[in-house]
Design a protein around this ligand. Sequence first.
Ligand code: ADP
Ligand code: MG
Length: 289
Amino acid sequence: SVPLSFFGGIGAASRHGILVKGSNFLEVLTRVTTVAFDKTGTLTQGHFTVNKISPQVPLSSHQLLGIAAAAEQHSNHPIARSITSAFTADLSHFQVHDITETAGHGIKAVVDGQQIIVGNAKTMAENQVTMPAAHAACTTVYVAINQQFAGSIEVADQPKPDSKGAIRTLNQLDIAQTVLLTGDNQAVANQISCELGLSTVKADLLPTQKVTEMEKLTHSAHQTNHRVAFVGDGINDTPVLARADVGIAMGGLGADAAIEAADVVIMDDKPSKVATIIQIAKATKRIVW
Ligand code: ADP
Ligand code: MG
């Protein structure tokens, strides 16, 4: 049974713009020692800008961006939206069909009769697209035309203003481990976790691999009767939200599936509210015992 004053904790949470879907989650939160985070839209703003366009000859930058945008206009991924809005010309003259998007990979489409693939290095490798050897230091989107490498587009996102303070506060609350689980590349993952002070980084993860990592984290925490929280924005990570001991979703972006899969919803998307809800849970527990 749930002690009565955990209900007071739910009220306190809601006054901070945090929706807790049951008092039992406050009890679980008092035992959390590992907090795992998604990157894009969770620790970062989820608004990418296109910084660099590198076409293969004979394509121009405008042509490469246009082909990528023609395919990406059919995706809701934040990277896709940045590419589509960077292309300022009219997209309606492209004939686009046979669109398939794969979570954590990218998008394929037939554009003006040519097979276009827009996605990460993993996607290119899986489609036998040979790429020039390069070590990406930024979030890089690759483009292939009829399975030939056609160029790359670098995009970048910024951390949310309170992400760094959020991690610092968690460290002060005896959260032993803060983990980044991302589908982005290792260099970008290392850079952001270094900047924000996270303790562990797992990069290049497909959505299913994020679930496997979450299972490993919960398995090891449970051996000492501790618990694991996951914080995500619902784009490609609802299965992880569901699998964590406490799934915490960013609610402001309007990802309905995330709000449904989560146990706790942060209405204003601020990562600092993760520490707030743990503090409320612990304070409520002190009143109970
Ligand atoms: P994160 O774990 O950072 O939240 P996602 O799982 O949403 O990221 O995406 C992981 C990676 O998959 C991206 O960094 C990008 O390389 C690639 N990707 C996914 N969807 C697209 C798309 N529509 N266009 C291009 N790249 C994509
Ligand atoms: Mg995300």
